[in-house]
Every structure is written in C-alpha cells, then in structure tokens.
Design a protein around this ligand. Structure first.
Ligand code: SF4
Ligand code: SF4
Length: 382
C-alpha cells in the first residue's frame, strides 16, 4: 500500500567516515558507523528507493567518496532514472573520480566552502590545505563541465566571510547555497551558533545578492530552512513559498546503517522510523502512522512560539531541526523570519520597511551590514 506522500528526494549518508573533522559537522563524522550497509545492501536500497517513487537521491557523508563502492551506488541511482546530487568536502582528488563524476551526469556536485580565507576554512574543516584542495576540486569540476555548487555553512566564526565568498564565487557559473549551522554536532560549541539578528542578516545578505546580481552572474539561494514568512524579504530559498518542514512529507533521510528518518539534520534516535535491514524503505515510507510529527500535525501540537500564528496550518511550526535544537520541542521554531521581524526593533520603523521594499538596499544593508564587516556594535558600511 502506498501513502499519499512521494519521496521527491532521499538524502543518503553513504558513510559516516570522513577525512576531515569539521567543527560544525552535525553528525560528528569521522569513523564509520558500526553497521554500515554492505555494497549489496546499498545497491538493493537503490532499487527500493526507486520502487517507492523516489525521484532524486543526494549522496553525502561523512565523505561519500571514501566509500569504495561510491561509483557503483551512484551509477545504480542513475541507471534507475533517479536524479543524483553528490555532496563532498572536495579534498579527495583523482582522475578516476573526475571521469566517474562526468559519466554520472549528476544534477549537482556540491562542494563545501566555509570561508574565502584559506586559514579560516582550514581551521573550520580541521585540515591544513583543505581550502586549496576544495578550490582545486571546484575548478576541475568546472573545467569538466559539471554542474558545481558551493555550500557554505554559516556560524559566528565565518559570518563575516560572506562578502568575500561572494567575490570569490561570482561570475564563475557556480551555484551558491548558504545555510546555517545547527548545534547537534559534538565538536561544535553552541556559543558559535548565530543569534537571531545574525540569522536574519544572513537572509538579508542572500536577498542583497539576489538584487545585485542576475542568476547568471551569481545564482545564490538560502537553504530551504533559512527563514520564512517574512513580511519584508522574498523567500530566500529556491521555492517561492515555504510549505513547512518536508521531513517525511517529500524528503527522507537515510543513515549509513540503514536507519530511515524524515531528515538527517534531526539527528535524534527518536525520529528513526525504521531500518531498511528490517523493512524495505518503501514499507517504512508508506507505513500508516509513520512520520507522525510531520504528517499528523495538528494546530494543538504547536509550541508557544507558533501557537496562534496565521501561517501555522501550512508552516507547521517551521524547521523541525531548528525547533528541536533551540527549544527542545517540535513546531516551535523561534528563528522564522516572521517572528524575528517582530523581535528586532530595528525592523519595526516604517522607514526601514519602506527602504527594503523599495529596493533601496544600501541603507538597509548598511544597518545590518555590520554583521559582515566588523564589530557588532558599530555601524560600518559593507
Ligand atoms: S511563528 Fe511558527 S508557524 Fe508562524 S511562520 Fe514562524 S515558524 Fe511558522
Ligand atoms: S528538519 Fe529542517 S532541514 Fe530538515 S527537512 Fe525539515 S525544514 Fe528541512
């Protein structure tokens, strides 16, 4: 029996093994999980995903290229007609890898780049020379004609790098996804998480880039969970409209030990819905009552941050991961743009609102530009 939900995209952690030790890594990757799926199990899972109606698969890690059967799995995904994205730290290079990627005709090869300053990127990523390697990986992918994107994960250590990264990426045909760090990882001190103003400033930065550059010059998006229902900003994500957390609705996360979740970012055993070693992905996805926190949402489930919000019915209380991380419960995201705009006094004056709506940019970005350019208390223009 099929549920009414189609898994448009499965985000699959192929392995938790990683050659880096990134500070903000939400899954504290490094070593493999004890019971990683075998090559045969991984290939069977590809078939299983297809039979569940999955349209696209994003292979990530850890570092997915460390899995010796990476290309066998990725090829199977493509042979089955599913779209393929690969998310890599860009530090593992070989002729075989670039030739293999070219052959796969992926929808995207996404490389993590957290700073334009090589030393800072290396510090965040936990490897000397990581910046140089990732930059070389990006350049080689571009020369191979691969669709390259860069993912930047923002926290207090690198928020000021955004303008320099913009300079590094613009005009090169690189899609740029800006996302914010969560606090689940064991190497990341929560003191580095963005506060509400900084989080909003990242949204403003994305908006500013979109106003300044055409999509051809700099295709930039915020991650799908970067703020929503703003009264001032367009949706900074790829989609026109935020339709609530898609965990278990149109998105699935699969751990390298076969655990199936709505979203890997939630990184909590309580949200593992089953394991493909016990039941097929298709059965888990279609199980009546599955993914209850998403599919079975009722207005009464909302926490105090969201109760009474006019957007609640479709929003369902924002990003589940952010809500859990910040408040310890679901449907209670304190970081949506709608509620931040209520909270930030400097967004209240009509003049401010008018300036933004009128695309007058400079004044707006001068005010919040301090987040990118220097001291939080100063008024330095960007
Ligand atoms: S207050 Fe909650 S329900 Fe309303 S828009 Fe924000 S996250 Fe969504
Ligand atoms: S938990 Fe957050 S990151 Fe995950 S699917 Fe939901 S909105 Fe997206």
């Amino acid at each position: 029996m099929n549920s009414n939900y189609v898994p448009a995209c499965a985000v699959w952690e192929l392995t938790l093994a990683c050659n880096l030790g990134c500070l903000h890594c939400g899954s504290t990757a490094g070593g493999r999980r004890a019971a990683e799926l075998s090559p045969a199990e991984a290939l069977a899972l590809c078939d299983d995903l297809k039979s569940a109606g999955c349209r696209g698969v994003a292979l990530m890690g850890g570092e997915p290229l460390l899995r010796p059967d990476f290309f066998a799995i990725a090829s199977r995904v493509r042979e089955l007609g599913m779209e393929l994205s690969v998310i890599t730290n860009g530090t593992i290079h070989s002729e075989e890898i670039f030739a293999g990627l070219r052959e796969l005709r992926p929808r995207a090869v996404a490389v993590s780049l957290d700073a334009a300053d090589p030393a800072l990127h290396d510090r965040i990523r936990g490897m000397r020379g990581a910046f140089e390697k990732a930059s070389g990986f990006i350049a080689r992918c571009l020369s191979e004609g691969l669709p390259v994107s860069v993912i930047t994960t923002v926290h207090k250590l690198n928020i000021k790098e955004l303008p320099a990264l913009r300079g590094l990426l613009k005009g090169r045909g690189i899609a740029w996804q800006v996302q914010t760090a969560g606090g689940e990882g064991g190497r990341f001190s929560r003191e580095f998480l963005l506060d509400k103003e900084e989080f909003y400033a990242v949204g403003l930065f994305v908006e500013a880039c979109r106003r300044e550059f055409t999509p051809e010059e700099l295709p930039v998006i915020g991650a799908h969970d970067l703020g929503y229902h703003s009264g001032l900003l367009k949706n900074v994500a790829l989609y026109e409209k935020w339709e609530g957390c898609q965990a278990g609705i149109s998105v699935a996360g699969i751990r390298s030990d076969g655990g199936v979740m709505g979203c890997l970012a939630m990184n909590d055993e309580n949200y593992v819905e089953g394991n493909v070693r016990v039941s097929s992905f298709r059965e888990i996805w279609n199980r009546p009552g599955g993914f209850a926190y998403s599919r079975g949402f009722k207005k009464e489930d909302a926490g105090p941050n969201c109760a009474g919000c006019p957007e609640l019915e479709t929003c369902r209380g924002g990003c589940s991961e952010m809500s859990l991380m910040k408040t310890g419960r679901l449907h209670n995201d304190p970081y949506c743009f709608r509620s931040i705009e209520e909270y930030l006094p400097e967004l209240k004056p009509a003049g401010w609102r008018g300036a933004l709506n009128g695309l007058a940019g400079p004044e707006v970005f001068r005010r919040l530009g301090r987040f990118f350019s220097g001291g939080r208390g100063g008024e330095q223009a960007k």
